[in-house]
Design a protein around this ligand. Structure first.
Ligand code: BGC
Length: 612
């Protein structure tokens, strides 16, 4: 067991118990009263519903791609998901208008039950061009600052509401075991304790007081074992023992439930070859019964056709992402299951109650439409300042020799190298504007090069492809890293082409400038620790910058000493690709593999040099 996981199980249980005690003590008579009222409303509404209306509530569709006009009303749809990119040519009010149109359709039905609108806002409202985009969770993990994570989630909630959403599929509370997994960056850390702290902060920030129209329902995902599959395969098989699940993976979910998280998404992976979507023991017995979760358990993408159809409902799934052709299959299949007694009416009622409960908690029956006055807050300077603070605090200084950092702002000539230095799409990774992200600048974002130009009075030259040979420069800031990816596209294997090392051309950028004796600062943009042992030796300074999001200029502020480094590694850092031979290795270290840098490593300036 690694050092940071050395907390004993007893002290863990004690902490959980203490948190639960506190949360019970905090339950005011007023809140108890309001939840009794909500339960009464849920029961009365449920009594009025037909089977078709109940199954409709359990259905989530992708707007416009999965439905025709009129389907929301005629199929009694309960929720709409938006995933990929902007709707062309529309501003935030345009987005709101689309959702208003669908909401009106839902409200026109006999019982007028409003829709939940969900979005993958996993680092800010990242599907909207012009929104404030935060560092991905791995960077937030590096800040070690739960208050900041809470603020980031609060802002994400406001910007999500401003674009028409009342539900986000975030935070991802995975504990990644292997850097080969393409979703390492979506999780806060390999440490259960750090993940717990960030999970609590994130849910508090997103949900706050749910009735407030600037908050959203959050989703803890993906339940459970998403990040611990053998060899880091997205949606693969996890072979952990019950004890490992309980001690390492469940604690963030316990915290999420204690914090009142509104929904939990089931995971694509199997556990000891059993699909999580159909895992009754973990969904119903553990999550709902033992842990007392009273919110919605949602499938992942096409969960119905992919994982055992009605078995998943019997296991405890409450809402189905009935996308990409699953709509009729789900609605008819479940109806048949109930008629033939293979799914009980009680199970359906339990699912629908959970969905209605959250709709009441969100205040959707009173305020079903988005608030148009929130639009001015999207990408506001207040929001961007918090995101920039997160960028600064996420940077982890791995090496600083020969006094290269902080860079003197009057250094003479500075060369900034690499396409990642001036491309906000590359610096933001997957889940940015579009699902897989794109190597293109997007609205409102700043880049590292822009930050350098802003802060330094030196002559700044840009060598995009590392072939400019500006060997007369006093300092080279070389920005290298990964291309954007999301989900299985980012797994390290022969099909995706992703490796755990830098590309040959990026290695050459560093080689060229270091061999020419230019002082070099390497900035690594990546969704996971990469094997960079040789490049680390070559360079004078090395910074892990993760995937900073829209405020790239925040990086320059730290490189030039306007702020100190404070980030600490949220993952142990691998030394060699050979460390990845094992099933889990080496991220979730067994003690036979020695990391290059331990979890929690991070240097800083001894004295802070104020440049402004
Ligand atoms: C991902 C989820 C995401 C969902 C909806 C799935 O493929 O695994 O994390 O929330 O799609 O976009």
């Amino acid at each position: 067991m690694r050092k940071h996981q050395n907390i004993s199980y007893c002290s863990f249980l004690f902490t959980i118990g203490f948190v639960m005690l506190l949360s019970c003590q905090n339950t005011s008579p007023k809140l108890e009263g309001s939840s009794i009222i909500i339960e009464r409303k849920v029961d009365s509404l449920l009594d009025l519903m037909t089977l078709e209306e109940k199954i409709g509530q359990m259905t989530q569709v992708r707007h416009f791609s999965d439905i025709q006009k009129g389907d929301v009303a005629s199929k009694y749809i309960g929720s709409v998901i938006h995933t990929d990119g902007p709707l062309p040519g529309e501003d935030a009010l345009g987005w709101q208008a689309k959702f208003v149109e669908l909401q009106k359709e839902a409200l026109s039905t006999r019982l007028g039950i409003p829709l939940l609108f969900g979005v993958d806002a996993v680092h800010g409202q990242n599907t909207f061009s012009g929104a404030t985009i935060f560092p991905h969770n791995i960077g937030l993990g590096a800040t070690g600052n739960p208050d900041l994570v809470q603020k980031a989630a609060r802002i994400t909630a406001i910007e999500a509401q401003a674009t028409g959403f009342n539900w986000v599929f975030s935070p991802c509370v995975a504990i990644p075991y292997n850097e080969k997994w393409g979703r390492v960056y979506e999780a806060f850390s390999e440490s259960t304790e750090l993940t717990r702290a960030m999970t609590k902060a994130s849910i508090k920030g997103h949900q706050g007081y749910l009735l407030d129209r600037t908050t959203v329902m959050a989703t803890a995902k993906h339940y459970i074992g998403d990040g611990s599959t053998d060899f880091g395969v997205e949606g693969g098989n996890t072979t952990l023992t019950d004890n490992e699940i309980t001690e390492r993976l469940l604690p963030p979910y316990r915290d999420a439930v204690t914090m009142g998280v509104g929904s939990i998404m089931a995971s694509f992976n199997t556990l000891n070859n059993q699909a999580l979507h159909a895992h009754k023991a973990l969904i119903t017995d553990t999550l709902k019964t033992k842990m007392g979760f009273d919110g919605i358990v949602l499938t992942d993408w096409k969960g119905y056709s992919k994982y055992g159809k009605n078995d998943i409902i019997n296991a405890g799934i409450d809402m189905v992402m009935a996308v990409d052709g699953d709509l009729e299959l789900f609605q008819q299949g479940l109806k048949k299951g109930v008629e033939q007694d293979s799914v009980s009416q009680d199970r359906i009622d339990d699912a629908v109650k959970r969905i209605l409960r959250q709709k009441y908690r969100l205040g959707l029956f009173e305020h079903p439409f988005p608030d148009a006055t929130l639009v001015s807050k999207i990408g506001s300077s207040d929001h961007r300042n918090v995101a920039k603070q997160a960028v600064r605090e996420s940077l982890v200084l791995l090496k600083n020799e020969n006094s290269v950092l902080p860079i003197n702002k009057e250094a003479g000539k500075i060369v900034v190298v690499g396409e990642h230095a001036n491309n906000s799409g590359l610096q933001s990774g997957g889940w940015t504007i579009s699902w897989q992200g794109k190597p293109e600048n997007y609205k409102g974002a700043t880049t590292i090069l822009e930050g350098v130009k802003k802060i330094s009075s030196s002559k700044i030259v840009y060598d995009k492809n590392g072939t400019g040979k500006h060997f007369d420069a006093q300092v080279a800031i070389i920005v290298v890293g990964e291309k954007p990816y999301a989900e299985f596209f980012g797994d390290v294997n022969n099909n995706t082409g992703f490796t755990l090392t830098l590309s040959k051309s990026h290695q050459d950028y560093i080689k060229a400038y270091t061999e020419a004796d230019v002082s070099t600062v390497v900035v690594l943009i990546s969704g996971r620790p990469l094997v960079i042992s040789n490049q680390l030796k070559q360079s004078d300074a090395f910074v892990a910058a993760w995937l900073p999001g829209s405020e790239g200029d925040g990086i320059a502020e730290v490189l030039f000493g306007a702020y100190n480094f404070s980030g600490k590694l949220p993952h142990s850092w691998p030394e060699s690709v050979n460390d990845f031979q094992g099933r889990f290795g080496p991220n979730f270290w067994d003690d036979t593999i020695k990391p290059l840098f331990d979890f929690g490593y991070g240097l800083n300036y001894e004295a802070i040099v104020k440049v402004n």
